[in-house]
Design a protein around this ligand. Sequence first.
Ligand code: NAD
Length: 352
Amino acid sequence: MKICVLAGDGIGPEITDQALRVLHALDLKFDVTEAPVGGAAYRALGHPLPDSTLKLARESDAILFGAVGDFSLDTLPRELRPEQAILGLRKELNLFANFRPALVYPELVQASSLKPEVVAGLDILIIRELTGDIYFGQPRGIRTLANGEREGYDTMRYSESEIRRVAHVGFQAAQKRGRRLCSVDKANVLDTMQLWREVVSEVGEEYPEVALSHMYVDNAAMQLLKNPKQFDVIVTGNMFGDILSDEASMLTGSIGMLPSASLNEHGFGLYEPIHGSAPDIAGKNIANPLATILSAAMMLRYSFNLAEAAERIETAVKRVLAQGFRTSDIFEPGAKKAGTIEMGDAVLAALS
Ligand code: NAD
């Protein structure tokens, strides 16, 4: 099992270190390679996603990704900014399906800004299409109109095959969970989304055991706050998924707890916490490494088919929370304050 570790910027190296410690503690054999990405790669090699990094990523079976982002490089041309690395990896490796579970741990119910009864026991999965939609559609740009005024424009596009393949991913994920899939679109206003709804419905005929529903994105944004437990799996396009998955992450109360996976059709995946490089807390040993540790568990499950090993990690994380260990982002009075390394230590101890 070849794992390419792209730690990136800010807290990236600190949190991937802890995830690697956990992986190495399992009785499995990994071949680990590391390469620079994001701002670190720009500084070292002049590009946020250097060819050498992309080559290593391609030669691996899975990528463990930390985070990219460095405010001091925000004035660079867009193609050289650290965040371009993650967009480039998604595009180059065809990572079209983004899995974002949002799970509320009983011990962290109070961390949510919603009422405990609304979020207690929440366990939903958002699948966001990641390589199409208005983020990649052409034409796009800023042009000057005949009257001298500037106009910005982007293009929302989805081909039938792009919709079909992510719909299959959604149905298959729902098959393994509660067998309910909600497709989120804006078919009442956008032609692209009308096609989305038609194609998802067609694919649904192949999965009669999964209950398919459709919801407009504005309603979905409301329902996620009003009654999030009504959902099992949500499948949606790139832009709507971007917004809804961040909203859903806040139901759980902590950005430092949530893992994600971005997969291609062969099960190759990039696994990363949903948060960014958190430059405000980098290098202080206070970042929560659990989202990255849980991303490593997702890697074992989805890329290496090692569900049991993944569960070992997930159970260890539940155990350390039950034991009262908390990094500062999820700290509450009476808990045991842990730094990044101490949280890694606690997970290692809980594994055994
Ligand atoms: P962020 O997610 O980095 O941080 C938001 C807030 O959450 C900060 O207060 C931070 O301290 C806190 N936080 C984040 N992760 C944490 C953790 N593991 N433990 C404890 N606290 C944590 O978002 P931001 O501040 O808006 O962006 C910082 C940089 O990250 C930017 O350059 C942005 O572009 C980039 N970014 C990268 C990714 C990615 O690599 N996939 C995603 C989002 C943002």
